[in-house]
Design a protein around this ligand. Structure first.
Ligand code: TIU
Length: 732
């Protein structure tokens, strides 16, 4: 397994009230509001009577700080204060109070009024943007905030948690206003903050700066820490990676060799050092062609090599500066063939349903916008219905570990394309386990975020109210990277959740920062698992305990009942609701026989509207019960751990008994979307085929996979625990 361990380096530098200690991987530089409106003449700040000389003094030190943090690989977040052009997000207190002051001569122009840098503090205007010296690089989040603090009505807390950030180095303007408010807000949410004296300033430094900073570190650190720039730069210096263009030397004449590692941080590093995406495309097409001989059932559509090379060439021309590449520059990916790519047929492995969309799915466009390279569309179980990978007219892919064993489905080709190292990631879907099960059977990560947090627009539904985008990746960190790019409210997706939800605090220091509580299914639920699955699941539990996990009793019944509801209830009828009327009857001969049999059984049930409402009510009740399991309380757990699948079938076993073998595989995955959970399947070692089959003569190994489940919108918490588990597996 590739090692993507974030740099665990602990750094420390002198600060008040005592040294500020932080781990690089869990720290972000936060640069507050270094906007033209606050820093330049004719901007909002000057119009309000602010002393520009004072605030401008912070630009050069902030730039030094920014360069040092970028050089060390630290996350950088920028904020901008401002409002929507219609000012609907600007409270009257902010708009009127100062202007209404008796004898006011200073606040003649207010937010939204026209100034020489554009409408004041209004998004999209020249003055609202960040000064040239501190311009954000692609991939660095820019938080647009309506308040003085950075947390009110923004997604910053979520974005920091999504990257497992617990410590903040804070800079920017103005010290007395947005800088101080942000540190106070961050402190309430559990962050350890250190403000940098030289890299912040305000409009009245003579009166306020010292007091503002003193108040932060007063009383042994009431709100946080205050340090100086120089000791921080000294602490960061040893970690600095000097970019070729910064060093002034000519870039290396021989481009770096591609080592075959397709994980995102590794490719990013190679591209920064001059690797050409053309080299990567050539190498992976060689591999794809070789793999066709091992498994010809992975792809439904493969981009021609020349077309992919052409896109790689254009990408290189579009982004000539290797120090400012978008986050997915040159990252090759595949797409499950139920997800639209404009101009290519979407088949859902069901030729009668094929159509050629004129627009691509939102998820496809997002990754393309960030520089990813599309390689092809992958095989799946027909209508995205199945967990086996044996239900497609385009052939039956097998596990990358063993030709006799199933790939899992329905995102079969997606998982194999990543598991066989043909692409870095795949965009897939997961309704009942379709992203997690095949990930488990191919030794990769299968992540199913909370439903409604990634747009499902442009995807052919399987069971629309339960469908979810899934990501197939090599590592948890890669899954997290893609998730952060894809996430966001889509007002045109009827199942989208609101953008901002209640968020829990972080535990940045002390014993709580590493501890977590987890639950597992009871022994009777695990009894159906194969011998190696049970053995390895027990080992996984011990490993989690060694990582600080506290095994905590949970109520398993909502998980079990929700799983049954999906399989035995009326939700399967929703699969028919997304198809044209009488589609099954009219196309039976063109359908995969198992799918036809399954759909006929659903039609024959003649479920009533009453049945469907009863199931919806049961779903609501079980969801409430599951919320209790993950409650933000002394009894709640952060994650529930389950084997991704109870066993691993051979292809011939599934063909002999297609429906029962399929249903058994969903024992630990069916419940997740019914209960509105998030889940991630993570590789957890291998076992010998002989242990599974009981036949000493059987050769080879198969992958074991564990799935972490957590409550609605607890993705960030879940992924960090999963990442720590994965890290422990690779450093065994
Ligand atoms: N008015 C003032 O001093 N500052 C602000 O309104 N925003 C920030 O501090 N960024």
């Amino acid at each position: 397994m590739a090692t993507t361990t974030p740099n665990p380096t602990m750094l420390s530098f002198e600060a008040k009230p005592y040294a500020f200690s932080f781990s690089l991987a869990h720290t972000a530089l936060l640069i507050i509001d270094m906007q033209r409106d606050f820093l330049l003449t004719k901007g909002f700040g000057e119009i309000q009577g602010g002393n520009l000389e004072a605030v401008q003094a912070s630009i050069a030190p902030t730039r030094k700080l920014l360069e040092a943090c970028r050089g060390a690989g630290m996350m950088v977040v920028h904020t901008r204060e401002g409002h929507k052009p219609d000012l609907s997000d600007c409270p009257s207190s902010k708009l009127i109070r100062q202007e209404a002051a008796p004898g006011n001569t200073q606040h003649k122009l207010v937010i939204g009024d026209k100034g020489e840098l554009g409408r004041l503090l209004t998004r999209g205007e020249y003055g609202h943007d960040i000064v040239d010296e501190l311009r954000p690089l692609p991939g660095e989040p820019v938080i647009d905030k309506p308040g003085k603090g950075s947390f009110w009505n923004t997604t910053i807390l979520h974005q920091l948690k999504a990257r497992a950030i617990t410590h903040l180095i804070v800079s920017g303007v103005t010290t007395e206003c947005c800088f101080a408010t942000t540190i106070r807000e961050a402190n309430d949410r559990g962050f350890e903050c250190c403000g940098i004296e030289e890299a912040t300033s305000g409009y009245n430094d003579a009166c306020f700066k010292k007091s503002t900073l003193d108040m932060i570190h007063w009383s042994q650190g009431l709100f946080g820490f205050i340090g100086n720039l120089k000791p921080l730069l000294e602490a960061l210096a040893p970690l600095s990676v000097v970019m070729p263009e910064e060093s002034g030397s000519t870039p290396p004449q021989t481009p770096p060799i591609f080592d075959g590692d397709l994980t995102i941080p590794s490719l990013r590093r190679a591209y920064r050092n001059g690797l050409s995406p053309i080299t990567v495309i050539e190498a992976i097409y060689d591999k794809i062609e070789a793999y066709q001989k091992i498994d010809p059932a992975v792809w439904i559509h493969l981009e021609p090599r020349d077309a992919a090379l052409d896109k790689a060439t254009k990408l290189g021309t579009k982004f000539p500066d290797r120090g400012a590449l978008p986050p997915l520059f040159g990252i090759p990916f595949s797409v499950k063939d139920s997800i639209d790519v404009a101009g290519l047929p979407t088949t859902t492995a069901c030729p009668p349903l094929a159509h050629i969309p004129s627009a691509s799915a939102v998820v496809y466009d997002r990754v393309i916008d960030e520089g990813a390279l599309f390689i092809g569309k992958t095989n799946l179980d027909q209508l995205a219905t199945g967990l086996v990978g044996c239900r497609s007219p385009y052939g039956t892919p097998h596990s990358v570990y063993h030709k006799d064993y199933i790939s899992g489905g329905s995102s079969s080709g997606s998982a194999v394309s990543v598991g066989a190292n043909l692409v870095s990631f795949s965009l897939a879907t997961d309704t009942a386990g379709s992203g997690r099960v095949p990930a488990g059977f191919n030794g990769i990560v299968g992540y199913k975020p909370t439903r409604g947090t990634i747009s499902f627009r442009g995807v052919t539904p399987a069971c629309l109210s339960l469908d979810c985008i899934a990501l197939s990746t090599k590592t948890v960190s890669d899954a997290r990277t893609i998730w952060q790019i894809l996430e966001g409210h889509d007002p045109l997706d009827p199942y989208a959740k609101p953008q901002i939800a209640f968020e829990r605090h972080v535990n940045s220091i002390g014993p709580h920062s590493r501890a977590f509580k987890f639950g597992i299914p009871p022994p009777e639920a695990l009894a159906m698992c194969s011998i190696p699955t049970r053995r390895m699941f027990n080992e996984t539990v011990s490993r989690l305990q060694n990582l600080g996990g506290i095994l905590t009793p949970i109520d398993w019944s909502p998980f079990q009942k929700a799983g049954q509801l999906l399989y035995d209830g009326t939700f399967v009828s929703e699969r028919l609701a997304s198809l044209p009327d009488e589609f099954i009857e009219k196309n039976r001969s063109a359908l995969h026989p198992v799918i036809a049999q399954l759909m006929d059984a659903v039609i024959d049930r003649k479920s009533s509207a009453v049945d469907a409402y009863r199931d919806l009510q049961a779903k609501a009740l079980y969801t409430r019960h599951a919320e209790q399991v993950f409650a933000y309380s002394a009894t709640g757990v952060e994650v529930v751990i389950v084997p991704t699948a109870p066993t691993h079938w051979r292809i011939d076993e599934v063909l002999a008994d297609p429906i029962n073998k399929n249903s058994a595989l969903g024992e630990f995955t069916h419940c997740a979307n019914v209960l509105d959970l998030c889940g991630v399947a993570v590789a957890a070692g291998t076992y010998s085929v002989a242990e599974l089959s009981g036949q000493d003569k059987d050769e080879g190994v198969l992958p074991f996979s564990v799935t972490f489940l957590s409550g609605s919108r607890l993705d960030a918490e879940m992924l960090e625990i999963a990442r720590r588990f994965e890290e422990s597996m690779s450093t065994r």
